[in-house]
Design a protein around this ligand. Sequence first.
Ligand code: SF4
Ligand code: SF4
Ligand code: SF4
Length: 354
Amino acid sequence: MKRRNFLGLMGAAGVTATLATKAQAAGNVHFEGYPGSKGVLFDATRCIGCRKCEVGCNEVNNLPAPEKPFDDLTVLDATRRTQNEAYTVVNKFEPAGGPPVFSKIQCMHCLEPSCASACFVAAFSKDPSGAVTYDESVCVGCRYCMVACPFEIPTYTYNDPITPKVVKCDMCDANIKAGRITVPGCVAKCPKEALVFGERGELIKIARNRIEAAPDKYVDHIYGEREMGGTSWLYLSGVPFSQIGLREDLGVQSGPELTSGALSVVAMVPALWPLLLAGVYGVTRRTDKINTKEKAEAVAKAIATTQEKAKADLKTAMDRAQADKEATVKREVAKALEEAAKAAPPDEKEEEGA
Ligand code: SF4
Ligand code: SF4
Ligand code: SF4
């Protein structure tokens, strides 16, 4: 499926009926990450909010110059999010009574990425290097990845009417693999070594050592070691993570684990699949050369196939539910009669026996 068009989805549509099962099976097994895979440790106690990491990212990714120059630190007065032209941003936080604390955000490179599990054409994947990468050529523009990401990271190039795409930090994977750089651009530029690039396992050891060596300086927790099943980007902080913009309510279950149940339920609703497929088709703005008739036929075929399978599944489930219901009613009636017989006065029992 290398064509950047909706037919990519159609290839996937043939297997949508079995997707739920597969996702559930995959989701029930926690993935510990590829051995030796890389990550980055960000230490908020070292960050001075200089935005040099943003410069590094901008340079290695050939992004346009920002509206306000990187040395204008007034931008830190507002909390920012990643954007099409800023794969990473640094924000300033002012925990009550303390000095300002700075925190950098970018894709967390989850071990079991929600963006990847939400993407039915597999445009996202977890690379053995540790990076969660995106293949623009198969993306249909549905933007489910954006909805699925618990860290609200991927953005969409709405301003590009011809070939819009999802954008996010790729841990500089493409540049590193091509030999253009050896460490991510943001890491290379940091003057305070607030960022360390290395094997995730080693980063966890470094983080633990820092906490042990200065327990008063750090919160005794490595954010990302277990959150959402674990992430390749890890955080240390001297203040609670929620005070530097990180969600502490995510739990340790990965996105695929959390959604596997919901996915299997969705497969049971016959009306939803056509809507889903048609909706995706409606929102996709990819303008390629694929023949309209070919697309329409493929859509109709996929809808019919999926609808048939979903109807059959629903009927089986309803039959089973009906049988269960009848058996339960029978059992409860028998039980009630038995209890009534036991509770009846002796003369009634004799009459019954006579
Ligand atoms: S942070 Fe979001 S975009 Fe990045 S890997 Fe995790 S789910 Fe995907
Ligand atoms: S790893 Fe690369 S793409 Fe990601 S924030 Fe750093 S410089 Fe940007
Ligand atoms: S370059 Fe380093 S110190 Fe400066 S803002 Fe980025 S992470 Fe913080």
